[in-house]
Structures are given as C-alpha cells and as structure tokens.
Design a protein around this ligand. Structure first.
Ligand code: FAD
Length: 471
C-alpha cells in the first residue's frame, strides 16, 4: 500500500508518556513521528487533567486562606468571582504549557502528525485527520502511549448538568448544590474548587472511606479540616439512578451494605461523575499490529516496557496503575532508551501519590494499612505539625509527617504527609526509599529551619528515639 511518512520511531499519543518518549527518542538521534488526535500536545494531563486542575486549586487555596486571615486580624472583603476571567486564566495556563511542548517538539525535529491513529500492521499506522484525510506512517519501532478515558456510569443520561472531570474543569457555572460521585483524588480536588467558589457539596462513595489507597489517619485529618465544605459524605453507598428533571438532577442511592437503609434521593444543580479511568487499548487497532490487549483494555509490558511484539513498546495509563503523569514520563524514557538498544529498565521502588486538596495528602511506598495487610513489620516515626514552628506560624498546624521503617533493617519503606505543600515534600521521602536510607540517614540530614520539610527529619528523629538498637 501507499506510505506517506517513513520513520524510525512512531509514538502514538502525545500525553506526558508520549511526548516524553518522542523527545527522548529524538534526543537519541531517532527520526521520530508523534501521532496525536488533539490539536495540542500534552494529553489528558496538560489539557484536561493535572495542570488545569492545579490552576483552579491554586486560586481556591488563596480564596480559602484569605478567608482565614480574619483570625489573624486581617479581614478581606468577600471575594468577587468573575468566572469568565478565572476560566480564561486556567485556559491561559494550558496554552502556555502546550505551546511550550510544541516548541520543544519543533526544536527536536519531532514530526507531529495530527489525527486518529489506527494500526494497519506491525509496521504501519493509518492516521485520519479531522478533515477525514488519511495518511499512512511506516515505522521501524513504536511506542504506544494512547492513555485512558473517563469511565461513565451506564444509567447516567446526557445533560449539561451532569459532567465528568473534563466538563467540571470547563467551569461553566458554579452550582448551588453539587454531587460528586466517587470520593477519589480527582473528585475531591474538583469538590475543593467548586466548594470554595460557593457550591454546597455532597460526596457519594461505594467504599468505606474517601481517597482509597491513602493512609487512613491522614484522610481523617483532611476530612476533619474540610468538614465545613460538605453537607453530606455518603460512604458505602451506591448511586443507582440519575434522572434529568427540569428542576434539577435527581439522584437515588442504595446502601452497599446488606440490610442498611439507603439515603433519601436528592436533587442537585450539578453532578460530577468521577468513578475512575479506563485504558484506551481497545481503540487503536492493536490487533492489526499483533499487540495483545487485556479484556479491560490494558497492554501488558515487560521491565523494558516492551509488549509481546518485540519492536513495539507501551507506556503510561495504558499499561496499568497507578495512572499518574510522573509514572508515564519515567516509563517513556525507559521505552525510548530500550528501543534505541540501551539496557534501560523500569525499576522504580516506589511511585508517589498526591491529592492536591487543602490540606494536601501525599504518600509514597507502603502505608500502615498496606504493611499490615502484607504482614510487613514496621515501626514508625510520627511528627505532628502542631510542633512545627513553621506550620504554627502559617496557622496550619493540622498536618503530620509519618515515616514507616522496616522493623528489621530500619530502612524507610513508606511515608505519608498531610498538610499544606505535602506534595512538594513527598519527593524527599521517595528519594530516601530509593536510596535505601534508614532513620539515622534522614534524621541526621540537616533540614533548614523553620520549614515544613524539616518535619521529615523530625519524624526520623522521633523514630530513632523509639528504636534504641540502632548503631
Ligand atoms: P494521556 O495523557 O491520556 O495521553 C494520551 C494521548 O493519546 C491523548 O492526547 C489522546 O488524545 C491520544 N490518543 C489516544 N488514542 C489516540 C489515537 N488512536 N490516535 C491519536 N491519538 C490518540 N496525574 C498526576 O500525576 N498528577 C495529577 O495531579 C493529576 N491530575 C489529574 C487530574 C484529572 C482531572 C485527570 C483526569 C487526571 C489527572 N492525572 C494526574 C492523571 C494524568 O493525567 C495521567 O496519568 C496522564 O495524563 C497519563 O499520561 P499518558 O501519556 O499515559 O496518557
């Protein structure tokens, strides 16, 4: 058949995984094509994920902080919110970042081919542009980085008052009453933004707690600090019906526990469905390339991010949990280097997670709950922020820093931080775990005073105090 473009490396999808892979491949000297259906680079993360949500959370955090300033003797007027300008600010942030990526692609001579890609063979992909025009790209090697899409609930009708995370980030209106279906990180970040802008929020979650995967003690701190944000947090509750009525969106619930009564049906002005994301593996014609895809749409890979087809690699949300941008970027570098013939392996001990709520909740490695479930004996160092001069000076002493150490080796194997800026601090704990640091290494590292980061050193010193058999 006809071939329009030939290249050594074809990367499918331009999210954090795809653009990082394409840039690394180009830097290694490979003639690289990057196929992306959207007009801008950056994927979910830059366009409708990490970055726009953080732009809005930044504004929300400042609104909330000024509201608290009254306690310190400084009062501001009630904020006057121009939602169009706020939306424009968020859009401007996205534009700056995606524009920067376009410049970087150009500088590296990465050939961006815009359109929907579908494999034709193990060495060909067809790209259909927005105008319907088709191009065939022939490649020697490929990295699949097609990402994930939001999961919809089958019984939810189409209505402008029912949104997913992408719709919520569009910030079309601030509702009076809002329901967030799904108490995970994405749902709670959006709940933070909308409640600060004036919405009253309910959250419904099937599991027995919010922010699954996070340390329960940290979630408790977050929930206590945020109690005023929510009218009702319905745990162990299923959403079973969503009806679009003229007066609002009527939602019915069922208890997930047998024999427990269900909460009363409620009517909302806005419903956010944030029940997870599913991989795009089944939407790219992978079978034509011979690439195996699981029933759920994931693509299996080895330690070099190689699929069952030796010259085709896969990375990012598409290859499994955790679906996080920083994981995709590191996998991307491994895939590009391995494709180039280097002995690169994805060998991360840990991948940090952060909820950019207020306060932030950040964790890495094992949590206490996971350690218990796995039968790993741990000892902990716990530092309450009420004893941190900086946290107290900031008027934000609700947080804590907790480090978990292997009871036998005394090496750090996990950490949780809840408090302002926790996400910026958790990288140090990740580094300590990767380096095999023990309590002494961390406790004797001089941290600047007074900082919130100092709490990591303090938590390690607290551990050394209880752990008397250290050398
Ligand atoms: P994606 O970013 O999903 O990119 C895949 C790209 O492939 C897309 O651009 C898509 O258009 C393109 N594509 C797919 N199929 C085709 C095709 N057939 N042809 C052409 N192009 C195609 N992660 C964090 O680490 N931190 C956060 O703070 C964070 N916040 C988030 C907030 C929200 C609201 C959401 C939804 C997600 C958030 N995430 C966050 C998750 C993060 O966005 C993803 O983990 C990350 O984007 C995954 O990168 P990826 O490269 O695997 O795929």
């Amino acid at each position: 058949g006809q071939v329009d473009v030939e290249c050594e490396m074809m990367v499918l999808g331009a999210g954090p995984g795809g653009y990082s892979a394409a840039f690394r491949a180009a830097d290694l000297g490979m003639n690289t094509v990057l196929v992306e259906k959207y007009a801008t680079l950056g994927g979910v993360c830059l366009n409708v994920g990490c970055i726009p949500s953080k732009a809005l959370l930044h504004v929300a955090a400042i609104i909330d902080e000024t509201a608290h300033m009254g306690d310190h003797g400084v009062s501001f007027a009630k904020p006057d919110i121009d939602i169009d300008k706020l939306r424009a600010y968020k859009d401007g942030v996205i534009k700056k970042m995606t524009g920067g990526l376009a410049g970087m692609a150009k500088a590296r001579k990465v050939n961006v081919v815009q359109g929907v890609g579908k494999f034709l063979s193990p060495n060909h992909i067809e790209v259909t542009g927005a105008d319907g025009a088709k191009k065939v790209v022939a490649f020697q090697k490929a990295i699949i980085a097609a990402g994930s899409s939001v999961v919809n609930l089958p019984f939810v009708p189409e209505d402008p008052r029912i949104v997913d995370s992408t719709g919520a980030l569009e910030l079309r209106q601030v509702p009076k009453r809002m329901l967030v279906i799904g108490g995970g990180i994405i749902g709670l970040e959006m709940a933070t933004v909308y409640s600060t802008l004036g919405a009253r929020i309910d959250v419904v979650e099937m599991m027995d707690g919010l922010m699954q995967g996070a340390d329960r003690e940290a979630v408790k701190v977050w929930q206590k600090y945020n109690a005023a944000r929510f009218d009702n947090i319905m745990l162990k509750t299923k959403t079973v019906g969503v009806e679009a009525l003229p007066e609002g969106i009527k939602v019915t619930f069922e208890s997930a526990e047998a024999g427990k009564p269900a909460p009363e049906p409620q009517t909302y002005d806005l419903v956010l469905v944030a029940v997870g994301r599913s991989p795009n593996g089944k939407k790219i014609g992978a079978e034509a390339a011979g690439v195996a895809v699981t029933d759920r749409g994931f693509i299996g890979v080895d330690g070099q991010m190689r699929t069952n087809v030796p010259h085709i690699f896969a990375i990012g949300d598409l290859v499994g949990q955790p679906m996080l941008a920083h994981k995709a970027v590191h996998e991307a570098h491994v895939a590009a280097e391995a494709a180039h013939g280097e002995k690169a392996f994805f060998d991360a001990k840990v991948i940090p997670s952060v909820a950019y709520t207020d306060p932030e909740v950040a964790w890495v490695g094992l949590t206490e709950e996971e350690a218990k479930a796995k039968g790993v004996k741990v000892e902990k160092g716990h530092f309450p922020w009420a004893a941190s001069g900086r946290a107290v000076a900031n008027g934000r002493e609700e947080g804590f820093t907790k480090l978990l150490f292997d009871a036998e080796t005394h090496r750090i194997i996990g950490g949780t931080i809840v408090g302002t800026n926790a996400g910026d601090m958790i990288g140090e704990v990740a580094l300590a775990i990767e380096m095999g640091a023990d309590g002494v290494d961390i406790g004797k590292t001089i941290h600047p005073h007074p900082t919130l980061g100092e709490s990591i050193g303090m938590a390690a010193e607290a551990y050394e105090g209880v752990c008397t058999d250290l050398p």
